[in-house]
Design a protein around this ligand. Sequence first.
Ligand code: MCA
Ligand code: AMP
Length: 505
Amino acid sequence: MANPLYDNLFGRHAGQTAPFLHLAEGAVVSYDAFLRLTARIAHALRGAGLAPGDRLAAQVEKSPEALAVYAACVQAGIVFLPLNTGYTGDELGYFVGDSGAKVLLCDGAKMGALQTVADQSGAILMTLNADGTGTLVDAAKDLPERFETAARGEDDLAAFLYTSGTTGRSKGAMLTQRNLLSNAEVLVESWRFTRDDVLLHALPIFHTHGLFVATNIILLAGGSMIFLPKFEQDRVIELLPRATSMMGVPTFYTRLLDDPRFTRDLVAHMRLFTSGSAPLLAETHVAFEERTGHRILERYGMTETNMNTSNPYEGARRAGTVGFPLPGVELKITDPQTGAEVPQGDIGIIEVRGPNVFAGYWNMPEKTAEELRANGFFITGDLGMIDDQGYVQIVGRNKDLIISGGYNIYPKEIELLLDEQPGVLESAVVGVPHPDFGETVVGFLVPQKGAVLDLDGIAGAAVKSLARFKHPRKLIVLEELPRNTMGKVQKNILRAEYSGLFASA
Ligand code: MCA
Ligand code: AMP
């Protein structure tokens, strides 16, 4: 029976002994071994009561088994919901409850803390540890190595990815099989991936970039990945000579450029470096070319839309631009007030339409209607323009969003927490430039009249509730927040005034 995503990414490799994953110390997982593991896990998930359309939430470290859980979900028709390993129990409780996940898969070390989260939403708790052990793998151990692939159509849901919202409530972006497959097909073609490619994979696999862009491309092309648990500079430098291609967020490239071992010779054989998830500074692009002779290929995407635009594989990769709309993707720039298309060269909101664009936000029809027009165009919230040669440039954001090391942070979520703290009258959270993470979080606090703020206590409250990457790296007390005549907080003034805070961090 048909299941387009499984059949095209996974099923077609059945029986193939070619390498899929290269692990530490020379270990290799072949396609065949990976698919047999996948089938066993699919049986175990079915045995745990998961039927097609049910959700599985996973907060697990990167491992071949974790990737096989994704594959098993696709094969069994289960909606895969990967979660950042940094999320706290509080954050997780929302995702599991909102999505109605039937299974919460977590690291064994977190079991104690997460049992309550699972119980509160009636989910079954299963474990998968970084070393590939755990109750899920135990349950899968003796199960059959063939699984009858669940029949799914292109409009069926394959994954939920939660993205934070401007109101502080995260939204589950519903991604269909068509969204994922069409984008992978276009990217394989556009970036010329083949079975000869060996991708150095150092991204996390709980986001679009590492899971769908990197992994789905390699699966479709039949290539292999050097599968690192995370971006670890020494390992990356050591293994680059064995790779043909690498995908990264800008922080990967600035860190590599800071390393004298990262030389032209080291990467002379490489075919492709791509960058995305956050703006790549033009100066990084230029420095990278001067050092290596390679021009990084920058592309632009979103959780809700997968990849939208890309610089060309052949042709000029222009620093400071994200290239052209990908084949099948329509892109226009519109006036934020009227929604009308603006003349070429003018700045406005980037809107996109195509098979890559998601099916809406889970259980949030109003939010979906606000951002996804009836005519199929998605309002990205990014500000951009199309230059005279057709290249798209992102010039800013019409949404209050901070991107730190490729992770999105919505200030509202942090402000809500800061506002609740003893003695705080109000707060504002902004992103300021950071040499390593691109941007980082700074919290401004206005005390209630006569109150003296306990900044350590406030920082502690953030630690308890929010993932580490969202913690304000600095809390600053102000007498009042700058406001315009309409009373709106002028975050641009705070950003400008404190832009040098981490200049030499
Ligand atoms: C780790 N920390 C961070 C971040 N990562 N803080 C802020 N921002 C971050 N991104 C914390 C750590 O917990 C640690 O805390 C401290 O900062 C320094 O850690 P360090 O060891 O330097 O960090 P790291 O573990 O090396 O991680 C940095 C990283 C990682 C390699 C840049 O964040 C990463 O892999 N980012 C990629 C994100 C990504 O894949 N985004 C794609 C989203 P402490 O000091 O307390 O220990 S998908 C997307 O955006 C769209 C669709 C797209 O277009 O792709
Ligand atoms: P996410 O919600 O994690 O999928 O992040 C999507 C956001 O990341 C986009 O709306 C952009 O603001 C930003 N983004 C992704 N790629 C780029 C890029 N190449 N340049 C600038 N911003 C980017």
